[in-house]
Ligand binder design. Structure first.
Ligand code: HEC
Ligand code: HEC
Length: 490
């Protein structure tokens, strides 16, 4: 694949060095030259942990919201104007809408399926937060999606399509249901405390299309939280490229890779930013894919009215669609407004950010190497193509958006695009301290929700993050508690 020449080699080397030392200025054609050095100084990692940094509490810049209850993730960006709020609220309606199968008397809401995982976006992105693995004995795995590939990576021609659908429209069976068997594995930490990690073992019960072929690759994932996604999309490409170090040239053991994918609308190479393996370059592409794969709904971007019906599922392909003549099941106005909604959920304000224990935890987060992947801050692009509310904002998402080999423990063994079965995108950590408030005790961390607590999530880190994990294992109980308090304040 040809890659756009966004950075000179010299700039790439300077960027790599910045990971180890301090932020050397990244080439930012969107900024005034006079601004570049000033912004490089602002986003350089701090070394003063005696007090909070300027604007640190407002992790989402001017979008930062004040609500901290169960609705903390569902607020419009605080700086949205009146017209923007109106679009946001229409988009919220589409995000919450429950679709029905075609044909129905409500033509504007039909076209669901034939195979589907859920009837609406919000069924998976619960309260605009994250999904969870099904509870023991539960048949409902709605907010939990299982990607499928043929045993040797056959891809699109695979009989079951690219994803396991647990539901079919009336008359069409389910493809099967995911079953999880958990094994507990204790880990002993310095100071004597023991934490038990639950190790999942996945299998699929046979559905109406027969058993999955022997050796089918499974990639179970929970739906991620929806906050701040427009800001993630507004991070300047050069800021991402500058942190990539695919061959680990700086020898720090961490080799983040950009996941180059193809933008659906333009057909051009683009930086993958969304999804647990950064397989989607934009909110629009991710949303169109969700409509097709998760709900079986066609859009102009992904015009697959039969959604994820596989080539060998004629009963699925024969069912009626909800496409109006010459159109799509999801009208372009509805699609655009749900994409707008997904890009304008504000990020909640931090709590206790200047508490001495939280600041001590912050020092450990930086000192232990967490920031080698969980990059604290950026100033978003000032390019006129970026919506005004998201432009030139100082944000604190704690991600480099790069792929990292996280070791065998977390590997799903299923490659996706250029990402291997062991690689995952560093997820943003903003808002993570509100997960239990928004999504309750059942919410889990990591791509498949296996970690029940933040310490479990850290202890699962392996591969490139093994040294950081070992450092946490070796901390005193007080240090570990401070590190967790810092995460809880995000
Ligand atoms: C069946 C459950 C399900 C439904 C329904 C669903 N999603 Fe998702 N969503 C997911 C999962 C799982 C991921 C992670 C995908 C991956 O890793 O590839 C995701 C990821 C996303 C992301 C990227 C978030 C990030 O931080 O990377 C966006 C944006 C998104 N979904 C929007 C939508 C929209 C809009 C809808 C409705 C049109 C929708 N989703 C419907 C399960 C769902
Ligand atoms: C080599 C890069 C790397 C380093 C270093 C690293 N992480 Fe991560 N982190 C990741 C990736 C990638 C994931 C997602 C893994 C998955 O879902 O399987 C992740 C996930 C997490 C999560 C769960 C996020 C969620 O939304 O569920 C937490 C919490 C976290 N990391 C904290 C830390 C802390 C604390 C440290 C330092 C002790 C650290 N990480 C070091 C890359 C890294």
């Amino acid at each position: 694949m040809t890659r756009p020449a966004l950075l000179s080699t010299a700039a790439l080397v300077a960027g790599a060095a910045s990971i180890a030392i301090a932020a050397a200025p990244v080439d930012r054609p969107d900024l005034d030259p006079a601004d570049i050095d000033r912004i490089a100084a602002i986003v350089a990692p701090t070394s003063d942990f005696t007090r909070a940094e300027n604007f640190e509490a407002n992790q989402g810049g001017a979008t930062t919201t004040m609500r901290l209850d169960r609705d903390a993730f569902s607020q419009p960006a605080a700086n949205l104007d009146f017209a923007g709020r109106a679009d946001f609220s229409v988009g919220n309606g589409v995000f919450r809408k429950l679709w029905v199968s075609a044909p129905s008397s409500t033509a504007a809401s039909d076209g669901l399926g034939p195979l589907f995982n859920a009837r609406g976006c919000q069924e998976c992105h619960i309260k605009d937060g994250r999904g969870h693995p099904p509870a023991a004995g539960a048949t409902d795995a709605v907010s939990f999606v299982v990607g499928l590939s043929a045993p040797h990576g056959g891809g699109a021609a695979f009989a079951f399509g690219g994803q396991l659908q647990d539901f079919g429209v009336p008359g069409l069976p389910s493809e099967g249901r995911i079953a999880i068997a958990w094994t507990e594995e204790p880990v002993t930490l310095a100071g004597g405390e023991t934490v038990s990690l639950r190790v999942p073992s996945y299998s699929v019960t046979e559905g109406g299309f027969g058993p999955l072929p022997e050796g089918t690759l499974l990639s179970p994932r929970i739906a991620p939280q929806m906050i701040g996604l427009g800001l993630i999309e507004a991070i300047h490409p050069n800021d991402i490229l500058a942190r990539a170090d695919p061959a680990d040239a700086d020898g720090d053991g961490i080799s983040g890779r950009v996941h180059w994918v193809t933008d659906i609308a333009t057909g051009e190479p683009a930086i993958g930013r969304f999804g647990w393996k950064a397989a989607q370059p934009s909110i629009a592409d991710q949303s169109a894919t969700a409509f097709a794969m998760d709900m079986g709904l066609s859009t102009a971007l992904v015009p697959r009215a039969h959604g994820d019906c596989g080539d060998l599922q004629p009963a699925c392909l024969a069912l009626p669609t909800g496409n109006p003549p010459g159109g799509f099941e999801v009208a372009p106005e509805l699609f655009d407004v749900v994409v707008f909604y997904a890009g304008h959920l504000g990020v909640p304000v931090r709590r206790d950010f200047d508490d001495p224990t939280v600041l001590a935890g912050k020092a450990l987060f930086y000192g232990t190497g967490c920031t080698a992947c969980h990059t604290p801050k950026y100033v978003t692009s000032n390019d006129p193509s970026v919506p005004a509310t998201l432009r030139r904002q100082l944000i604190w998402p704690y991600t480099d958006l790069l792929l990292h080999d996280m070791g065998d423990g977390l590997a799903d063994g299923r490659p996706q695009g250029d990402a291997t079965g062991a690689e995952w995108r560093t997820p943003p950590l903003w808002g993570i301290g509100l997960t239990a408030t928004v999504n309750g005790e059942e919410a889990g961390y990591l791509h498949d929700g296996r970690a029940r607590t933040l310490i479990e999530a850290i202890l699962w880190h392996g591969g490139e993050a093994a040294a950081a994990r070992d450092a946490v294992v070796g901390m005193t109980p007080e240090q570990r508690a401070a590190l967790i308090r810092f995460l809880e304040s995000l």
